[in-house]
Design a protein around this ligand. Sequence first.
Ligand SMILES: C[S@@+](CC[C@H](N)C(=O)[O-])C[C@H]1O[C@@H](n2cnc3c(N)ncnc32)[C@H](O)[C@@H]1O
Length: 245
Amino acid sequence: MTRIDFACRAHVVEEMDRPDCPLVGLHRTLAHFNAINRMFSRYRGMLNEGVVNDMARGEARRYRLVDLGAGGCDIARWVVRRCRARRLRIAISAIEHDPRVAAYARAANAGYPEIDVVEADVLDRGILAGADFVFANHLLHHLSDMQCIELLRNVDRARPRRYLLNDLMRSPWTYYGFLLTTSVFFRNSFVCSDGLASIRRGFTLPEVRALVRAAAAVLPVSVRRLVPGRFVITGGTAVGDLPTG
Ligand SMILES: C[S@@+](CC[C@H](N)C(=O)[O-])C[C@H]1O[C@@H](n2cnc3c(N)ncnc32)[C@H](O)[C@@H]1O
């Protein structure tokens, strides 16, 4: 068995990012993200408190959320359902640079006119204009350290009420825990192999804190560790102490 080095971020390519990966595998992977996110991502608690409850407490108007690297948009659809249940108005811009993924998301979003899939790079100018909330799940590990710093600066400059950047922590615990839980149930997609690659491309807590320091955000910002094997960077003009769901 090859020994895996967790000392620094690995430059490994995920199957789903290969332009020639089989479309059926890509589609199954995007479908499996739904279950993976529910099991591991902790997004429901942080978005419920950080976005939905914040909207309910705020003025009655339409709020704009930008979901960076939105993939198949399962999380965006969950936010819409939560908002509909609470009679809150939301418009979500789902930013995705891969046209194959954007096409899949548009089809999956039928019946969700609140979500606009925008084919763009997360570092493109203008995508954050007018954002009340900015969210990203499993995006940061796709970016270089310099790109993460640029993104943090862009988000800070956009002055959203709140941003939540949620991602994987690189460690042997995260890696082998993920391997054990996914290798049996997610055999026919790239979820297991790409998840393991993502963890190797991910960050340690000191690395994330160094990126946040380098970005020198003006708005209040914090980095918190979450179980299992993840972290969230929270910032914005309305940042309180959020429960982590
Ligand atoms: C691991 S997936 C996560 C998708 C989704 N956020 C979720 O949690 O299910 C990362 C997504 O970000 C997209 N992505 C990566 N780099 C990007 C960039 N620079 N600009 C826009 N999208 C990007 C990828 O194409 C992919 O769909």
